[in-house]
Design a protein around this ligand. Structure first.
Ligand code: PEP
Ligand code: MN
Length: 273
C-alpha cells in the first residue's frame, strides 16, 4: 500500500496511472453483441469480425440491467454463455472480452476470457476490481456514468496497485438531467479523452453504443472519439440488432460494424490532426 495522502491525490500528483507509456501498441477495436444468445449468433459475429480483420469479440454472459425485470426475450446465459465464448474463441481465433459481475465467478473468467470488463455499475466495487486485477489479465475499466475523472482514475489505481498494469479505461457516456428518453439516456463525454490524457498514460477507448443508445449516431460519435485521441473502440454489433435480447436501440448490423472499422482505420491513416 502506498503511503500517500489525500492532498497529493487532489493535486494530481502522478500515481501509478501516470506510468511512462501507453501499453497498447495498436488500435484496440472490440465488437460483438451486448449479450451471448447462442452458439450460432456468436459464430455469425465471429465470422464477420475475422473477415474484417477485427481481433476482439465482446459479449456479456452476466448482464447487470438498469431494471430487475427480465422476460423470455431478455436473458443472460451466465456460465453457459462464458463456455460458448471460450468455444468461439478457440474455433475462430479471436480474443474475448466479457464483463465480470461477481467475485465468485473469477475462475471461470480466468479460463474463458482474455480481457475482463468491469461494467460502469461496478466501477466503484473495489473488491471486484482487485479480484479481477489479481488474474493478471488486462482489465477494461468502464467509467461509471456519474463518476468524475478523479474517481475513475482512483478506481484504476486499485487495479494498478494490486500489481496489474494492464488497465484500459473506457468512456461509455455520462448521465445528465435531460437524458431521460430511451434514445438519449447518456451523453458521450468525448472531452474526457484529452482531459484524461493530460494526467494518465493509460490507454482510453470509447464505447459509442452505450454512450449514445442510438444506433443512428454510433458511427459519427465513433469517428469523433478517434479524432479526440481514443486508443480504441468497443462497439455493439449483432446479426439482427432490432431483435437482440438486450439493447435493441444501439446495436449496429455486422456490415455496418465492418464499415465503421474500415473508416476508423482510414481516419487514422489520413493523419488529419
Ligand atoms: C456493456 O458493455 O455491455 C455494458 C453493460 O456497458 P455499461 O457497463 O457501460 O453499461
Ligand atoms: Mn449493451
Amino acid at each position: 500500500m502506498k503511503d500517500i495522502t489525500e492532498p497529493d491525490i487532489i493535486n494530481n500528483i502522478p500515481l501509478c496511472c501516470s506510468q511512462p507509456k501507453n501499453w497498447l501498441e495498436e488500435l484496440l477495436f472490440i465488437a460483438g453483441p451486448c449479450t451471448v444468445e447462442s452458439e450460432s449468433q456468436l459464430s455469425l459475429v465471429a465470422e464477420e469480425l475475422n473477415a474484417s480483420g477485427i481481433t476482439h469479440l465482446r459479449a456479456g454472459a452476466f448482464k447487470p440491467l438498469t431494471f430487475p425485470y427480465r422476460n423470455k426475450n431478455m436473458y443472460e446465459l451466465r456460465e453457459k454463455g462464458l463456455e460458448l465464448l471460450a468455444e468461439v474463441r478457440s474455433k475462430h481465433g479471436l480474443k474475448v472480452v466479457s464483463e465480470l459481475t461477481e467475485n465468485k465467478m473469477i475462475d471461470l473468467y480466468k479460463d474463458c476470457v482474455d480481457i475482463i470488463q468491469i461494467g460502469s455499475r461496478n466501477m466503484y466495487n473495489y473488491e471486484l476490481l482487485i479480484t479481477a486485477a489479481k488474474t493478471g489479465k488486462p482489465i477494461l475499466l468502464k467509467r461509471h456514468f456519474g463518476a468524475s475523472l478523479r474517481d475513475w482514475l482512483g478506481a484504476a489505481e486499485y487495479i494498478l496497485e494490486s500489481g496489474n498494469d494492464k488497465v484500459i479505461l473506457c468512456e461509455r457516456g455520462i448521465a445528465v438531467p435531460h437524458t431521460h428518453s430511451s434514445t438519449s439516456r447518456f451523453v458521450a463525454d468525448i472531452q474526457v479523452i484529452p482531459a484524461a490524457k493530460e494526467i494518465t498514460n493509460l490507454p482510453i477507448i470509447f464505447d459509442p453504443s452505450h454512450a449514445t443508445f442510438n444506433r443512428d449516431i454510433v458511427a459519427p460519435m465513433t469517428y469523433a472519439a478517434i479524432m479526440a485521441g481514443a486508443d480504441g473502440i468497443i462497439l455493439e454489433t449483432h446479426p439482427d440488432p432490432e431483435n437482440a435480447a438486450v439493447d435493441r436501440l444501439n446495436g449496429v448490423t455486422l456490415p455496418e460494424c465492418s464499415r465503421i472499422h474500415a473508416n476508423v482505420k482510414r481516419l487514422l491513416e489520413a493523419d488529419l490532426l
